[in-house]
Structures are given as structure tokens and as C-alpha cells.
Write a protein of this length. Sequence first.
Length: 337
Amino acid sequence: MPDNPKIILSAFADEGAVSKTAVEQMATLAALGLEYYSPRFVDISGSVKHVMALNKAEIKKLNKIHADYGMGVTSIGSPIGKVKLLDVDDGTHNRFVPFKKYLSGEVQTSIDRAHQLGTKLIRGFSFYHPAGTDPWDHVPQAVDQLSQIVEQCGKAGVIFGLEVEANLIGQNGRLLAALSKQVNSPHMVCIFDGGNLCCQNLSPVDCFAEYKAMRKYIGWMHIKDYAVDPKLTWSGVVDEERLKNFVPANVGDTGHEAILRDFRAHVGRLERKMKKLGVPGVFLELEPHLKGGGQFGGYSGPDGLGVACRGLCSLLDYVGIDYDLRGFEHIRAARGF
């Protein structure tokens, strides 16, 4: 019987840290047995900053803490692409940044962080279209701007991961597939996130269909889930500050069991693809938001991150996808496994 495919477990460590200090984040991950994470919000020198805002001394200190805890960086948890596509007043508080300035500023900063922290991956998004408009109408401009971001990433030897998320142009699997097909670059992959689909009041059947639509382009996965509120009147827009129903992946309405069971057959192919790009393997990354989530982050607490990790591991065991947790190799060796 062939061996099970193997993925690499990762997490957004700020989800599991009360104070957001780097040491607390690394200690929480190490206790869970994880060896990779994506930095987002972190306290290095007495104040919480986004990883994009760290100075050179703080980056050096963070790398030292990584070495102390044996931690690698999965991706830069950047907010690239969470800005308005057009400079119009649509009643939202989203920023607009002139695109040339955006490329030379924040996009370049995300690339610099990837180099400085030793990762090939940058997480990003697909721009906010004007509220109330059809996202499909804005695909051509989004493709143009994403292509320029991806070209800049490719020249720097890094990969841009386009995450599916509500309220953005790439709000479902079909739209992400369309964006990916038209950008048509090996330096862009998609990031599947079931919770970001399910919170749009999608059923497990709908979530599977959106996953299948984007499956060809997936590079890695974020793992969060959501319990749909049947009393919610769906308006077609997610109020991100009111999202309260995030749950572990083994009890939510996304249907992660069916998705991961299907994904199992594609891990080997994807692993070969990602390794050719300089990535160590296929990441499944916990971003559970169990105690709340918003537009730019979420929180689960150390207990919640542990619950989410164990829930994901139980699903992976059930569908036949292998993973490693640090420390278990000593147990296996002692027992002769």
C-alpha cells in the first residue's frame, strides 16, 4: 500500500499569544509541536507592530529568536492587496494607494521581509472593488495590477500567494481561478481558506465546489472554519468586525473532511511543484480566529490554537494525510517505530 502524502503544519503565531511577544509566540508554537509559522503582528521591542513595520534591529532580533526556538518562516503574512482598486468613495474605510507608489513601497517591503526572514512565500489579496459593484467587472484591472506585483516578486525570487477572502475581488474559487489563469505566472499561487468561503453563508457543497474551481492553482492552505448562522440575513457582504462563529476545522460548515480527502490525491504533485520553487513542501496553516477575527487579523488564544491544531490533526489522521510534530521523533525512536 502506498505511503500517505505528507504536509507541513504551520500557524499564524499571533493567534495564540496574549501579549503578542515573539517569545510567547514561539513558545506556544513549540509546545504544539510546530516548526513553521507566518509572522504578522509581533512585539519585538516593547510594542506590537506588523511584520511589515519592523526595523532592521527588530528583524535581526526576531531571526535570533527563530534560531533559539528552531522555528522557520512559512510566509510573510502581509496585507498586500487589501487596498481599493479604484479611488472612489464607496462608503468603506478601505485605503486607496496610487499603484506605482504601492509597488515601490509596501509591495517591495513585503519582498524585503521575505528575504530577511528566510521564506519564499508572501501572502496577499486581490483588491477591494467598489462596494456594491460586481467583482467580475473588475477582473481585468485586478489582473493587470496583480501581474505587476507578481512580476516584481518573480524577479526577486519569491512567490505571491493570493488568498480567497470575502469582500475582495477574489472572493470565491471561481474568481481566484480566473485571476490565476489570466496572470499566468509560476510566481503566483492561490491560498484556499474554507472559513473565508463559509462565512459568506456557503454550504459544504458550495465550499467544495469553490475549492474544486481553484484546486489547480492552490499552493497552500489556511485552515479556519465557520458555523453558519441560519438567522443571518445575507446581504452579499461580510461585516468582518461582526464575525463571531469561527470554529475548529473538524466541527465547522466548510466540509473540510471532503475537501482534505480530495486534496490528499493532489499533495504529491503539489509538493513537487512547490519544492521546485524553493519551498520545503505543502503547508497547511492554522489561522483559526476562535476568539474573534477581523479585517487584518484574528485571535484564538494559546488554548484555542491548541484546540484548532488538534482538530486539524484528527481530520488529517482520518483522511490519511501525514504530518510531523516536533518531539514525536524521540517517542518513535524510543518505541522502535
